[in-house]
Design a binder for this molecule. Structure first.
Ligand SMILES: Nc1ncnc2c1ncn2[C@@H]1O[C@H](COP(=O)(O)OP(=O)(O)OP(=O)(O)O)[C@@H](O)[C@H]1O
Length: 387
């Protein structure tokens, strides 16, 4: 039928030996094949161009800090937020104290910095500004001795804690350097992981995994209702987990190696949260692992008693929890002594949910540990079961 549009005797309508197709049909197929080939060629060329440009177009490839392959996972790749004071004081040498800003760094220096770190990623200031809505007060989640912490939400909807370090030429830069290089590699289930950092101009920022279940302080001393949700077994888990994190640092992270076993480091500035700092460290500036043991002891007492280390709302003799504990242990209040029956129960382990859990598991009973521990859990500020 198509041939009808051509003069029957014309060249285009003439039949060819190729499947008996007319000339015009063959020309059409040939032109179509040529067009497809041309399109394929152009497509390939544009892809090649895109590939050449990709380091600029895909920011993540330039920001991602390559993992440096190591022979074996190092035990030294550990750290802890709670240990920052000790680590800062010990690990910073004067030559390391100042971090050159990325704006003044050469490309080579930047590359070296990335390689030296070998973990996580670096963020631009613009990225962190966008994530925290320009470091808006509404995104502040806390404040520590080294700066303000913001909640940051990134374009992929991931959430992180962004610590904007104080623009303090001395300590903040040291803090930055040490945390980035030492604690940045820490991966431990009881320690908050550092996932990246930002160094632009005078700005120094650390980006941590976001912990969204509140702080221990909030759970211990915040408004949690008439009965604390912190059951004994939860308190035990917190105490044990924290101890494991600190022990990990002390024994595996290499703090002793940095110091030399059993030695101390003299600091010019005592850093730490009021109430937790070991008195000998506060007085002398001599820092060692046993300072952390003291601080942990204070935390443990706090977890057990539900009291703050320093509480001015209490009677004069009880403001300082440690002093109060010491006195209470030495001069036990006769009124607060447990009954013999309680002592028997304690010795038998009936009042220790952990033991109860173990026993229940052993005996294969269906006893709910949570209901038992809830029954045994003291109100947050209760002193009744202590003595
Ligand atoms: N990774 C995180 N996830 C969620 N909240 C965090 C995170 N890091 C810090 N915060 C919040 O910010 C507060 C301050 O934290 P920051 O680490 O600056 O200080 P700190 O450890 O409490 O004390 P300091 O640094 O002075 O010893 C915390 O108490 C907590 O409320």
């Amino acid at each position: 039928m198509g041939a009808a549009t051509f003069p029957s005797g014309g060249f285009l309508a003439r039949r060819t030996p190729v499947l008996g197709l007319p000339v015009y049909a063959l020309l059409f197929v040939f032109a179509a094949a040529l067009l497809v080939a041309l399109l394929l060629f152009l497509l390939r060329r544009s892809r090649a161009r895109l590939k050449r440009r990709s380091p600029v177009l895909i920011p993540t490839s330039t920001k991602q800090i390559a993992e440096i392959p190591t022979a074996a996972p190092s035990k030294h790749d550990k750290g802890i937020k709670e240990m920052k004071n000790a680590v800062v004081a010990k690990a910073v040498k004067p030559s390391e104290a100042s971090c050159s800003s990325s704006s003044s760094s050469t490309e080579k220096e930047k590359a070296e910095k990335k390689e030296n770190i070998g973990w996580g990623r670096w963020y631009t200031l613009a990225e962190l500004e966008a994530a925290t809505a320009g470091f808006s007060p509404g995104n502040v989640i806390g404040e520590g001795g080294y700066g303000i912490v913001y909640r940051g939400v990134f374009p992929d909807f991931s959430v992180a804690a962004v610590k904007n370090l104080l623009d303090n030429k001395g300590q903040a830069e040291k803090e930055f350097k040490v945390e980035v290089e030492a604690i940045g590699k820490v991966r431990h289930k009881n320690l908050v992981g550092l996932i990246g950092y930002c160094a632009e101009g005078v700005k120094r920022m650390l980006v941590y995994e976001y912990i969204d279940n509140g702080t221990l302080e909030q759970w211990l001393h915040g408004d949690v209702g008439p009965v604390t949700p912190l059951t004994w077994d939860i308190r035990m888990k917190i105490a044990i987990g924290t101890a494991k994190g600190i022990a990990y640092l002390h024994e595996d992270f290499g703090l002793a190696k940095v110091l030399g076993s059993g030695s101390s480091f003299v600091t010019t500035r005592v850093m730490g949260t009021f109430g937790y700092v070991a008195p000998e460290y506060a007085c002398t500036g001599l820092l060692n692992e046993s300072n952390d043991v003291y601080s942990y002891g204070v935390l443990l007492m706090e977890i057990i008693s539900g009291r703050s280390p320093v509480d001015y709302s209490r009677p004069v003799g009880e403001v300082n929890m440690v002093e109060w504990f010491k006195r209470t242990v030495q001069n036990m209040d006769a009124q607060k002594r447990p009954k013999m029956g309680q002592i028997v129960h304690m010795l038998e382990g009936d009042e220790f949910p952990f033991r109860m859990e173990l026993r229940s598991a052993r005996e294969g009973t269906l006893l709910s540990s949570s209901s038992m521990s809830a029954k045994l859990a003291p109100p947050a500020n209760s002193e009744r079961s202590m003595w």
